[in-house]
Write a protein that binds this ligand. Structure first.
Ligand SMILES: C[S@@+](CC[C@H](N)C(=O)[O-])C[C@H]1O[C@@H](n2cnc3c(N)ncnc32)[C@H](O)[C@@H]1O
Length: 291
């Protein structure tokens, strides 16, 4: 955190973290080698972001995760308009272009994947068969999970995310037809696909109902919509906290709904749920649905 703070020259952060550091007897010039690596990595993350910084070899996994989590929180705070930083840095440094947002999305999602979401992706995407459409394909983090003989199509509103997906596909040696477009108005004829996959997409699309109705329209008879989403928790207290945090979360994340009811949205779109798996107090939900 000190590394990130010293780069951003945020007066408030320097006051807080500087005081903690002094109270703990920390002097930057007297850092142990492992502490100096952590400090340098924090600075690198603040300058080039998660996608561009390589963690030092001597950094422990626990420290790397903590530093990356701090950097993600700071970048999300910047997206939401961190007023401390606005005072400390020129405005142009705070503007987040679309390509940078796509890199941030990719790096952030990979952190979650390493924390266990990757296994859920493998179930949801890995069990799809035949002609597959992935809506909100983003940076292509599911591509590696699809069966080798599947025919892959992906659509997303973000050209920058699709550019990362295209280079990931070529690294993986996967052929995938990627197009820019809106999931609420899919440019495919009726009954085109055996499976429609979406992971962490319904929370951020403008029109969830239209997206799910379109997914149903392009599905062949016997096909399945396969979803992995974060959702409103099952416990009322948790759902209440999510509801309370939802406006700030939406601002920080660019419109993601923290408290949406995925199961109700799927049923309202005329889809029939054939499998439902919830984890993390119901916050992580995997759904297989048929028309
Ligand atoms: C949180 S990201 C998830 C990306 C990817 N599915 C994954 O699991 O890593 C949400 C993605 O949905 C895309 N998206 C949002 N609204 C969309 C829409 N109306 N049509 C198509 N894609 C959309 C965003 O551009 C972004 O790439």
């Amino acid at each position: 955190m000190l590394g990130v703070t010293s780069i951003n020259r945020c007066a408030a952060c320097e006051r807080v973290h500087g005081r903690w550091g002094r109270a703990a007897g920390l002097r930057l010039e007297r850092l142990a080698p492992a502490e100096a690596s952590a400090y340098t990595y924090g600075q690198a993350l603040a300058v080039v972001g998660l996608a561009g910084a390589e963690p030092p070899a001597d950094l422990s996994t626990r420290h790397r995760r903590e530093i990356e989590a701090a950097a993600i929180l700071m970048q999300l705070a910047n997206l939401a308009g961190n007023r401390f930083l606005e005072r400390a840095a020129p405005r142009s440094q705070l503007q987040v272009g679309d390509a940078r947002t796509a890199r941030l999305l990719d790096a952030g999602m990979r952190v979650f994947d390493r924390a266990g979401i990757g296994r859920a992706r493998a179930r949801v995407a890995g069990r799809a068969r035949g002609d597959i459409l992935e809506i909100g394909v983003g940076t292509g983090l599911n591509l590696a999970a699809y069966p080798a003989d599947a025919s892959l199509h992906g659509i997303d509103v973000s050209e920058s995310a699709l550019a990362i997906a295209a280079s990931r596909a070529s690294r993986l040696g996967r052929r995938v037809a990627l197009i820019t477009g809106d999931s609420a108005a899919l440019p495919y004829p009726d009954a085109s696909f055996d499976a429609v996959v979406a992971t962490f997409v319904l929370c951020s699309v403008g029109d969830v109902g239209a997206t799910l109705r379109e997914a149903r329209r392009v599905l062949r008879p016997g096909g399945h919509v396969r979803l992995l989403e974060h959702a409103r928790g099952e416990h009322p207290a948790l759902a209440g906290i999510q509801h309370w945090l939802a406006p700030a979360w939406a601002r920080a994340s660019g419109g993601c709904r923290l408290d949406h009811d995925v199961v109700a949205a799927v049923s309202n779109a005329g889809l029939h749920i054939v499998e439902e798996r919830r984890r993390g107090a119901g916050v992580l939900v995997e759904i297989v649905a048929a028309a």
